[in-house]
Design a protein around this ligand. Structure first.
Ligand SMILES: Cc1cc2nc3c(=O)[nH]c(=O)nc-3n(C[C@H](O)[C@H](O)[C@H](O)COP(=O)(O)OP(=O)(O)OC[C@H]3O[C@@H](n4cnc5c(N)ncnc54)[C@H](O)[C@@H]3O)c2cc1C
Length: 474
């Protein structure tokens, strides 16, 4: 398990299980964690370890042979997977198109002699099924709606029982000491680590599948009905009708398929099936999956907007994308405005410590720094302003990548990069009038945000966070 860190609704596990039965082999599930990944911090590490601990007890319940390896000062990950693969007949892993995963998988495949297969369980439609990347959400939505019926019937097994793995655990021991730390001892354990970045965990955001399911339950029960109308209205996370699921999707604690089914069960209490799709509305964001506007809106974010970022990476595959990946019209536009005078210029440190002249921008940055998440509307405004207030576009991109990936639980994801590049015009169209610095890129401002929404609740919320965490902002 590299990126889909769950023992349910998991295409890689489904496939490995079938192979094990058909070849009469033992099935070993390996979950590992290195300590040296970029932007490593106590915040991210704790979130992953909480998931590993939960997977260990679930594996016990299912009778699976589950090996968990966590690198620390005494235990090195180098060469470990190669050693494990020497005894394997096939290695099945998760396909993920960004951050360290593509290179890591390629290097491993080059080193081992057994077959290695990467399974794409990232979304609902496998990304290999699209011939090219989509230049806009409108285009991808049409492709997804057309292909959707073929893939609905191929969802992964939603949950397993002990019987599903009967005979597959022959008790082979791992060539290392299994990770054996309880949740209660995690803080003490983490004290022994030296992380590249000093970022504290948010006690309210716990890693693992149980929290993901709880969040989804709460969203469906209390928030979903308001999603279409109010998701963009910045507020306290508890009040704002968004799910908070992106970190859980990023680490694969929950799958898009499961979320999809749960949303439709709520939207159509008398039952939803493939016949409920409105084929005549293919390409229509409001009306395709169900009659509920909120459910359609949410599913469009979950499937179209999330997938457009993944698809972009699947067609390029690499650690990151950057300004050179922007469409021609944007690059010409940036060239034209590169030397425009900036209304304000801030350094990375000033941005990081929320020291700009703009209290809304500062609030968004504080929310990110303290909690590890940022309201989606504020995230767009936040990105746009860093572009306007940086000495160059390149510096703006670097600052956004650094802040997003260092602090956000959902960072280091395809949508981290496509979200940042969306602020530069990716997947968007030219907007008029042409402006200073942004040119024809869509403009957003704190003043218009204040006119659109009552921002006091959001500012009060961030102030309350700060009160509890003064030390973060010297
Ligand atoms: C500058 C910038 C940076 C971003 N960085 C990230 C990132 O690092 N990781 C990340 O997952 N998303 C990122 N996004 C996209 C978006 O902000 C988040 O996915 C969303 O805010 C997550 O909150 P939620 O889970 O409560 O979303 P909900 O509104 O509850 O939506 C459910 C799911 O749909 C998907 N989704 C929702 N909105 C978007 C969107 N605009 N784009 C893509 N997918 C979406 C997410 O997977 C989300 O979990 C970024 C956007 C911008 C503008």
């Amino acid at each position: 398990m590299q990126t889909n860190r769950r023992l349910a609704s998991n295409h890689s596990l489904d496939y490995a299980r079938q192979l094990a039965y058909s070849q009469n082999k033992e099935l070993v599930v390996y979950e590992g964690l290195r300590k040296d990944y970029p932007w490593n911090s106590k915040r991210i590490h704790r979130f992953i370890l909480e998931g590993i601990i939960e997977n260990q007890s679930e594996a016990l319940r299912l009778g699976l042979n589950f090996w968990a390896f966590v690198e620390d000062e005494n235990r090195q990950a180098n060469g470990l997977l190669k050693k494990i693969a020497e005894k394997a007949s096939v290695l099945v892993t998760d396909d993920f198109p960004c951050f360290i995963i593509p290179e890591q998988s390629q290097k491993l495949a080059d080193k081992i002699s057994c077959a290695m297969l990467a399974v794409d369980g990232n979304s609902i439609i496998p990304f290999s099924q699209f011939e090219k990347f989509a230049s806009s959400a409108r285009i991808l939505r049409i492709w997804i709606h057309k292909k959707f019926p073929n893939y609905f019937s191929q969802f992964a097994k939603p949950r397993y029982t002990k019987k599903d793995f009967e005979g597959l655990n022959k008790g082979t021991k791992p060539p290392f000491l299994n990770f054996e730390i309880t949740r209660e001892r995690l803080d003490v354990y983490l004290e022994n680590f030296i992380f590249s970045h000093d970022v504290s965990p948010n006690e309210k955001i716990q890693g693992g599948r149980k929290t993901a399911n709880d969040l989804l339950d709460r969203f469906i029960k209390n928030k979903m009905d308001q999603y279409a109308l109010s998701r963009s209205n910045p507020n306290n996370f508890e009040e704002t009708p968004v799910s908070g699921l992106s970190p859980y999707l990023h680490f694969g604690y929950i799958s898009a398929e499961e979320i999809f089914m749960r949303i439709l069960q709520k939207a159509e209490p008398n039952g939803w099936d493939i016949e409920s799709l409105s084929h005549k509305k293919a390409g229509d964001r409001e009306n395709f999956y169900t009659n509920s506007s909120s459910a359609n809106h949410f599913l469009d974010e979950l499937i179209t907007w999330r997938d457009i970022g993944y698809l972009y990476f699947f067609k390029k595959s690499g650690f990151r994308i950057n300004l050179s990946d922007l469409p021609d019209w944007v690059r010409k536009n940036l060239d034209k405005h590169a030397l425009d005078p900036r209304p304000y210029v801030y350094s990375r440190e000033e941005f990081e410590n929320a020291k700009t002249h703009d209290d809304l921008w500062n609030a968004a940055q504080k929310e990110l720094k303290i909690t590890g998440r940022m309201h989606n509307y504020m995230r767009m405004l936040w990105g746009k302003k860093v572009i306007e207030w940086s000495i160059s576009y390149e510096e703006a991109f670097d600052t956004l990548e650094y802040l997003n990936n260092k602090y956000a639980y959902d960072g280091r994801n395809p949508n981290s990069y496509t979200g940042i590049l969306w602020c530069f015009g990716l997947f968007d169209r030219p907007w008029f009038p042409e402006r200073n610095v942004l040119g024809n890129i869509r403009y957003m401002s704190s003043d218009s945000t204040r006119k659109k929404f009552k921002m006091n609740a959001y500012l009060d919320y961030v102030n309350s966070l700060e009160g509890k965490n003064d030390s973060l902002f010297p």
